[in-house]
Design a protein around this ligand. Structure first.
Ligand code: PBG
Length: 332
């Protein structure tokens, strides 16, 4: 065998922007992106989230304009999170299935303003419970089975408010099946479920918990979210959610879990969604604000890598900026 060099030179196809564009294997597009939005009570509110520069808590009346801007950038979907004041919370998170709740009102407002925009809702109790856990608490433990009915109620109320997709993020066992059955019984057999299937107990949710006021008041989430050390278990989680009726599955966070995305892609054929979470956004923002990283290049590199690993869709706080940057051309 002769040595491939100098016959083979991989640099030939890297020599110009046109050649690089022609031979690029992964093309990031605005239609791959999902934009998370935090919704709060009040009027004319757009409060910046300190740990997430450029991200806001919006009052319902301000959402239609923001939703229209996002849709105008070619982003197909938003993901809604409710932010409540302490006095609206209780032990079982009953504000979560209030027909006039903040998320329910937000869904209606967005669907009126931008009917083509897909509205996904986060289904979980941590933003609504006074203890900040994702389910009912008994004797200091988050109880699984009694929580399922509450999550199902929340999902049905989102569907009734015309949510296009519901996305359970609580990590209780059996919640996808319980939500599917409840949606079907309530006449929403066609409402898809995006399951936060492989959701890890991650330090990278820190800024989100500040944004949503959803930090647990005691303990942590390690008794229900996954151990970051486990990969095979993620495939079991995904497989079970598919069996229970999930239409799309999520891996979360994204950046430290690209191996999980890649393994899920090889094993399963339904759409795989990756969540580029709050801490991943804040890390990049902080470095960019210090002049240590080029935000645009770093963000597009990260999003392209998540797609290259096998994600079909990426939930990212950088969605609006990325869509704009992609439109302007990536400078490659
Ligand atoms: C609710 C929920 C969380 C996130 C999405 N849904 C927080 C958590 O589980 O503690 C995190 C999103 C992010 O960090 O961007 N359970």
């Amino acid at each position: 065998m002769t040595a491939p060099f100098p016959t083979v030179r991989l640099r030939r196809l890297r020599a110009s922007a046109a050649l690089r564009r022609m031979t690029r294997e992964t093309a990031l597009d605005a239609r791959d992106l999902i934009y998370p939005l935090f919704v709060c009570r009040g009027e004319d509110a757009q409060q910046e989230i300190p740990a997430m520069p450029g991200q806001y808590r919006w009052s319902v009346d301000r959402l239609p304009a923001e939703a229209a801007r996002v849709a105008g950038l070619g982003i197909p979907a938003v993901l809604l999170f409710g932010v409540l004041g302490d006095r609206d919370k209780d032990g079982c998170g009953s504000a979560a299935w209030d027909e006039q709740g903040v998320v329910q009102e937000a869904v209606r407002a967005i669907k009126r303003a931008a009917p083509e925009l897909v509205v996904i809702t986060d289904v979980c109790l941590c933003e609504y419970t006074d203890h900040g856990h994702c389910g009912l608490v008994e004797d200091g433990r988050v109880v699984n089975d009694a929580t399922l009915e509450l999550l199902a109620r929340q999902a049905v109320s989102h569907a009734r408010a015309s949510a296009d997709i519901v996305a359970p993020s609580d990590m209780m066992d059996g919640r996808v099946g319980a939500i599917r059955a409840a949606l079907d019984r309530a006449g929403f057999a066609d409402t898809p479920i995006l399951a936060y299937a492989a959701k890890y107990a991650s330090a990278f949710y820190g800024p989100f918990r500040e944004a949503a006021g959803s930090a647990p008041q005691f303990g942590d989430r390690r008794a229900y979210q996954m151990d970051p050390a486990n990969a095979r278990e993620a495939l079991r989680e995904i497989e079970l959610d598919i069996q229970e009726g999930a239409d799309m599955v999520m891996v979360k966070p994204a950046l430290a879990y690209l191996d999980i995305i890649a393994r899920a892609r090889r094993r399963f054929d339904l759409p795989i969604v990756a969540y580029n979470v709050s801490g991943e956004y804040s890390m990049l923002k902080a470095a960019a604000q210090n002049g240590w990283l080029d935000e645009r290049r770093a963000a597009l590199e990260i999003l392209t890598a998540i797609k290259r690993a096998g994600a079909d869709l990426i939930i990212t706080y950088h969605a609006a900026d990325a869509a704009r940057w992609l439109r302007e051309g990536d400078g490659a």
